[in-house]
Design a protein around this ligand. Structure first.
Ligand SMILES: Nc1ncnc2c1ncn2[C@@H]1O[C@H](COP(=O)(O)OP(=O)(O)OP(=O)(O)O)[C@@H](O)[C@H]1O
Length: 368
């Protein structure tokens, strides 16, 4: 075994050569290294990632080990504890004080699977260790309560600091609020725009969300008053656009995406999720049938210069799981789980990159 001396400074010096691949700065400058401890032929430290769903964690771990071995000694045992502290670019304010990132999930056309994608992205983020909530703001078809099997539940109310606060429904580790909870499922209520906007504001102002890393907002399809209420009420970290590869869906997705880019709205588009990208029968898992066309999600992403966050196949089990009130991510289907995990990691990564730009998100001021 070679001769070497190791101390905290040397370890930090070595780690300051390791770059966070997305944020393009070194781990020490980014404040991601903590709790350095020196033992006999051993160093231990913690790397605080920007999200527990970080797809680069193994690469970062390997690069840290390599830096210590190359710059200090190959004989040192390197023990790394990976943790995460999800970043935010929100200023703390009276609304949603413990919520780090509000993410809008939107689509141009209805029925492309926006709620299904929202539910499963939430489950995948939760599985990675993040604290997640969903607001179902889809006035035309609030399907989140059904997808989580809580359509007959009613949120309770607790007085807190002189205010009556609504407790979100908690299911499978996710906190949920839905326009659907405000009316019995049997009685079809036609929500007028102003009523729905008022309900959404209540979900922000009068709901006890506690601490959340990601609050996903399942928006109605197309563009509506609800979209405007959202961006005017809380700072939105970014939007995810869900589309199918079909031409008619893409045409509408372009309109949906363009709305977020309008100068007076100006919400960053974090990327595109292509749902129903191909059909795969359960008994032929290696077969892909492009029944709605091929490559449409990538085309949309390229057109607007945003990432394609993921492609989700059309699988009978995804529909069945939604109807059974347990998002498909909870079942052990590798193909389905990979699709949603990859998309959730890509989303978390875009949020971290966006937050590192340090431009605070602000509510949008508009003349009404
Ligand atoms: N990848 C998929 N594979 C199989 N079925 C799917 C998939 N994605 C969505 N579905 C099914 O398609 C239907 C529509 O999905 P969903 O309700 O998520 O769409 P949406 O875009 O939210 O609709 P809305 O217009 O109500 O907002 C549901 O029955 C759902 O289970």
């Amino acid at each position: 075994m070679g001769e070497f001396t190791v101390n905290k400074e040397k370890v930090l010096q070595a780690l300051s050569t390791v770059e966070e691949p997305d944020l393009k700065k070194d781990l020490v400058t980014l404040g991601m290294i903590q709790d350095v401890e020196i033992g006999v032929n051993q160093v231990r430290f913690t790397v605080v990632l920007t999200t527990p769903a970080c797809p680069l964690k193994e690469l970062i771990r390997r690069n840290c080990v390599a830096a210590i071995h190359d710059l200090i000694s190959p004989d040192i045992e390197v023990i790394i504890n990976l943790t995460a502290n999800v970043t935010t670019s929100r200023q703390t304010g009276p609304l949603l004080p413990g919520v780090k990132n509000v993410i809008a999930v939107a689509s141009g056309k209805g029925g492309v699977g926006k709620s299904t994608v929202t539910a499963n992205l939430a489950m995948a983020l939760h599985r990675s260790g993040a604290k997640v909530g969903i607001i179902d703001a889809d006035i035309f078809g609030p399907s989140i309560p059904v997808m989580f099997g809580v359509e007959h539940m009613q949120p309770t109310i607790t007085p807190k600091n002189g205010k009556n606060l609504i407790n979100p429904i908690r299911q499978y580790g996710i906190k949920l609020m839905s326009i659907g909870f405000l009316t019995p499922p049997e009685s079809a209520v036609v929500w007028r725009g102003p009523m729905a906007s008022q309900a959404l504001k209540q979900f922000f102002a009068d709901t006890d969300w506690g601490d959340l890393d990601y609050l996903l907002i399942d928006l109605p399809p197309g563009t509506s008053d609800i979209h405007i209420t959202l961006v005017q009420t809380v700072p939105v970290a970014g939007a995810v656009i869900v589309t199918t590869p079909q031409k008619v869906a893409l045409a509408d997705a372009i309109k949906g995406l363009s709305m977020f880019r309008q100068p007076q709205i100006n919400v960053p588009v974090l990327g595109v999720v292509e749902n129903m990208a191909w059909f795969t029968p359960e008994e032929l898992p290696d077969h892909q049938y492009h029944i709605f066309g091929k490559g449409g999600g990538q085309l949309l992403a390229d057109k607007f210069d945003v990432p394609l966050l993921g492609q989700v196949p059309l699988v009978q089990g995804i529909r069945e799981a939604g109807d059974d009130g347990r998002p498909a991510f909870m079942n052990q289907n590798e193909m389905v789980n990979d699709a949603f995990r990859n998309a959730s990691e890509a989303l978390a990564r875009q949020v971290a990159i966006r937050n590192a730009e340090k431009v605070k998100t602000q509510v949008v001021e508009m003349d009404s």
